[in-house]
Design a protein around this ligand. Structure first.
Ligand SMILES: [Zn+2]
Ligand SMILES: [Zn+2]
Length: 328
């Protein structure tokens, strides 16, 4: 099979490798049909030597083979993969919340390839109405903000600020809107604010334009220190800050936290149940994940296009690698 390997800075190449094989009886072999490209895949373009891991963690595909202990799935099933693998035994894993595994999580990755082996419990069967590309967006692009919002006590008509309107932030805008709350979208890039307005944000502005101070909930999706500080200043008394964007350190002033009675939450990826609920929302037309997919690439095209993708050039909002998008 083919795999997209990172050999060095700006040096991706397709390499022929052995097909992966099932190493335990509860695994399945997937023929990858689509893999979303996430902002967190950016590292793949700037490795300094041959990377030991294969990036790509937003996978949907068709099952080719199942282990002897797998009874609820079979070859031919179309599935979306929850990228976070837990131990499978602890209480969190029993509930399909692998992101909270007591024994540590493993990020499966290996999505920029033709095939991947995953635990059967990480597979969500795709409804016939969903394409593989849509399926690839369930657990991270939409599941991450969905799980984060579920951690809050969001009410109808709440004022919610989404800081950072990349794919995760834009999905957050659409989800908050679908729950009947009001959205303020904050991002320095005009194209992203335009996309946020189309998804239902009632106010769109750059960070320097923000004057609000009565926000109920902030969903921080940019991972920038200044954004976390902005969040603390715009929340009302009793407001909630949800950390979704990582990759920075920031100043959290206890005085602000205490005097404003703020709640501070974190959330990582999503559970199997979240994935199921996202799929229902897609099927019922509540959300339209493909509406923000501006670009699709084959694996071959990623070799040269990857830099443009991670730098969001040419008006790119969200890109998906599509090997074969037929519904079969
Ligand atoms: Zn991701
Ligand atoms: Zn576990």
């Amino acid at each position: 099979m083919r795999q997209l390997q990172a050999f060095g800075p700006r040096d991706l190449r397709i390499v022929e490798v052995q097909d992966p094989v099932l190493s335990s009886e509860d695994e399945v072999l997937i023929d990858i049909r689509a893999c979303g490209i996430c902002g967190s895949d950016k590292w793949y373009w700037s490795v300094d030597r041959l990377a030991a891991k294969i990036a790509g963690h937003e996978v949907a595909g068709r099952i080719i083979a199942v282990g002897d202990e797998v009874h609820h799935l079979r070859a031919g099933d179309r599935v979306a993969i929850n990228n976070v693998q837990g131990c499978g035994y602890c209480e969190a894993c029993q509930q399909g919340r692998y992101v909270r595994c007591a024994n540590g999580v493993v990020h499966i990755g290996n999505g920029f390839a033709d095939k991947v082996v995953v635990p059967a419990r990480n597979c969500l069967k795709l409804d016939d109405d969903l394409s593989y590309a849509e399926g690839s967006l369930i657990f991270d692009n939409w599941g991450t903000p969905y799980a984060a919002i579920k951690r809050t006590s969001l009410q109808q008509d709440d004022r919610v600020a989404v800081i950072g309107c990349g794919p995760i932030g834009l999905a957050a805008v659409a989800l908050v809107k679908s729950f009947g709350a009001r959205v303020i979208a904050i991002d320095p890039i005009p194209e992203r604010l335009k996309a946020a307005a189309l998804l239902g944000a009632e106010a769109c502005m750059t960070p320097s334009e923000v004057t609000a101070a009565d926000v109920d909930i902030v969903l921080e999706c940019s991972g920038k220190a200044a954004s976390y500080e902005l969040a603390q200043s715009i929340l009302r008394i009793g407001g909630t800050l949800v950390a979704i964007g990582e990759g920075t350190a920031f100043t959290l002033t206890p005085k602000v936290l205490i005097h404003k009675h703020l709640t501070f939450l974190g959330s990582l990826y999503s559970s199997m149940e979240d994935g199921k609920q996202i799929q229902d929302m897609i099927r019922n037309g509540v959300i339209r994940p493909m509406s923000m997919v501006t670009h699709q690439f084959t694996m071959g095209q990623l070799q040269t296009a990857f830099g443009d993708i991670v730098e969001c050039r040419h008006g790119l909002i969200k890109a998906v690698m599509v090997n074969d998008n037929r519904k079969e």
